[in-house]
Design a protein around this ligand. Sequence first.
Ligand code: ZN
Length: 550
Amino acid sequence: MPKYKLLIAAAVAARLLPGQGLAPGNETIRKEELEADLHFLASDAMRGRLTDTPEYFLAAKFIESRFRRMGLRAIGPDGALLQRFHLTWSEMGEGNRLRVSYGPALSTDATLLDEFMPLFFSPGASSRAGMVFAGFGIEAPSLKWSDLNGDVRGRILLVLEGEPKPDDPKSIFDGVVTSIHSDPLRKALRAQAHGAMGILFVNARQQEAGVNPFPRDARNYWPEKPPHLKRFALTSVADRLRIPAASISAALAQQMLGERKLADLLNEAEKEGGGFTPVPLDAEAELTTSVQRRVVDDHNVVAGIEGSDATLKEEAVIVTAHYDHNGTDGALLYAGADDNGSGTVALLEIAEAYALAAQQGARPKRSVIFVALGSEERCCGPLLGAAAWVENPWWPLEKTVAVLNMDMLGRSEEVPENGGSRFRGLPVQTAAENANAVNVIGTSFSPDLRRATQAANRPIDLLLRFRYDNNPSNLLRRSDQWVFLNNSVPALWFHTGLHPDYHTVNDRPERIDYRKVERVARLVHQLSWELAQAEKRPAMLKPRPIPPPD
Ligand SMILES: [Zn+2]
């Protein structure tokens, strides 16, 4: 070995020494390396890493190549690091039709895009059946709630969009956070499982506002040309749906309800007490949905370090960050440096810290897995790369001790006065107030994880803000940890906060505070190591409690 290489090896070894309680390798996480990587991933050449573009695939290949260079272990089949999954998007076809009959003498054809539209995840399908109103169409056994306990077999259901009491901080449906149970594809699949022949959704709150936004919304939903940001569903989930699914205007829903008032039924459906009992309507529907489904490839990138303890190595701590962003729109380039180039490069540095420590003989007791998740940004459905993982986990969920998710680590939270709806629910604050702060979201579901985070932060000394678990900003569900929480895996989101450049062309690599990314990455590394070493794994509170609002 030439002398300079020996010197480098000695220097690396020195930095690996666990000084002041730091985990082995912690000090190899360096802002210069984070900066170099981010200037590639968030460069103009990467064109904003949009799902189903060559640059997005290149980003996955870059991460894969880095993982291989580090000598990390493949945990996928046949040594794979790329976990392939598929997404479905749709174009509207010809022949969408909704005919409603009120007795033998009266039937009307609803007008496409003015009164009804197929939903993008609907299969091409046709049904004719009597109608039933079934509240929100929610079935949530863990909350002891069902709107489907009744006569729904062989019927076409009319259900309300959303969930009961979305603005009530004490709602069992995750307080003011929109819960998983409001997901329309999930509702359609539950209805199908109960033998329903089709499902129609209506936004009853639309009617309260006294305007009819349906025609405009429907034309935005199905624009003439495929939009630059398409709607996707996980193919493996969408393919299970065989019944037609459509959305209708509040006015048409009111016609179907006859004497009953939609607003009264909304009130009724929101009442506590375990759900709404479906009521048959004096209407029959004939629904045909015609959509052309298109399928695209997508990938999560996965590698790990095998634990050193013969028993505990069967359990894993998973560290995640999504690597996709919003691409380009004409001349506009959304580089996504903070969102989420910053988390992606932190993931690489953390993985490298483990690899370097392992080369020196220091491995954690439990296994640690690194997952760069795809298509977090893409609507609609819960965070697609993470959803693909829980559909087909390369590590069993019940042997997953915790998930530490990083999404936006490189700025300081800044909420301007009159910042508009994008800052809904967040207190006005300046970047200077948050210069040393990081939000840690999700701790109210696992006090053990909260304590572990505080302990890991001792040598790092960031200001930890445990907040936004029950906030109208919906932040709890706005990154990949949410999917794991919904699957009873303790999970946290490390997030330095929204700011005026969020999701704009100004989210660029030269605006990132690399020292801050370094510190948050060190915290996540330290915490992952301590969780991998700990005697006991963190518990998840069940049933999931509703944290106080903030
Ligand atoms: Zn993000």
